[in-house]
Design a protein around this ligand. Structure first.
Ligand code: PAF
Length: 282
């Protein structure tokens, strides 16, 4: 496994891989790798001959009051995990390598980020698109793998690929969960024992609402409100818990047969923000 820190060395390492003629997959990460990331690398391996993992805590996608400084970082452990997962290259740049001294350009998003995390984290998806666009241009992968846990990120990147004409196939990896259903996330490390025990409550609420929708509930608003109150009673602060159209990421109030939906929630347990979602096709 080759570890690179600069764009120049990364491109050099990629040129050498490319000489062997194979498909190249990119798995972008912010490090603090867990089994969810390893499942992305595994999926990338199934779709490609070579896998590049990027590890970079992207400052551009953190708001001023968010956890950029405290975000977990452990490059040595991450490299060990990437090696065991048979990554070919790990690109782990410093900020200066990807952003230089000063940026004057940014990527705007006209819609798709008005709701869900886009609604509550202004600038977040602009920051994500900036780094992902850079990574696509630096690494020029044939395939890029992202997780369903960040479904809005996946959909917005998919739109960027289409609108910016990146020649990249996007692959979505299913949500990787702990035995009790909690979606794996680097931020789970922040949870106290008590919070960790309560945390799967979000997934359970989503599962309950989903099962009622599948049993024929046409207008899930009351159900959702009830689940929000239940979660609040257990100590969760709700950022959002709602049903959205998979196509527009706008909230949906009445269900239609043949349509696809995202049932998604973002909550705070103490200071830890947790997100989760289920994709529902009726
Ligand atoms: O999903 C993440 O970890 C990040 O948003 C990503 C895609 C690596 C961009 O920084």
């Amino acid at each position: 496994m080759i570890v690179t820190h600069t764009i120049e060395n990364t491109r050099k390492a990629i040129r050498t891989l490319r000489e062997k003629n194979g498909r190249l997959a990119l798995v972008p990460t912010m490090g603090a790798l867990h089994n969810g990331h390893l499942s992305l690398i595994k999926l990338a391996r199934q779709h490609a001959d070579f896998v590049v993992v990027s590890i970079f805590v992207n400052p551009e996608q953190f708001g001023p009051s968010e956890d950029f400084n405290s975000y977990p970082r452990d490059l040595d452990k991450d490299l060990e995990k990437c090696k065991n997962a048979h990554a070919d290259i790990v690109f782990a740049p410093e900020r200066i390598h990807v952003y230089g001294e000063k940026n004057v350009l940014s990527i705007g998003i006209d819609s798709l980020n008005r709701h869900m995390c886009g609604g509550s984290r202004p600038g977040f998806f602009e920051g994500v698109l900036l780094i992902v666009n850079k990574l696509f241009n630096i690494i020029k992968p044939d395939i890029a793998v992202f997780g369903q846990k960040d479904i809005q990120q996946f959909l917005i990147i998919s739109r960027m690929i289409q609108e910016f004409n990146h020649d990249i196939e996007l692959v979505m990896a299913p949500v990787e969960r702990a035995n009790d259903g909690l979606a794996l996330s680097s931020r789970n490390a922040y949870l106290s024992d008590k919070e960790r025990a309560a945390a799967p409550g979000l997934y359970r609420s989503l599962q309950y609402i989903c099962s009622m929708m599948k049993q024929g509930v046409h207008s899930p608003e009351l159900l959702i409100e009830h689940q929000k109150s239940e979660l609040e009673a257990k100590g969760f602060k709700i950022d959002y818990l709602d049903l959205f159209s998979l196509k527009t990421i706008e909230p949906v109030h009445t269900l239609h047969k043949g349509s696809a939906y995202i049932l998604a929630g973002a909550v705070l347990l103490g200071n830890t923000r947790l997100i989760d979602n289920l994709l529902i096709e009726l």
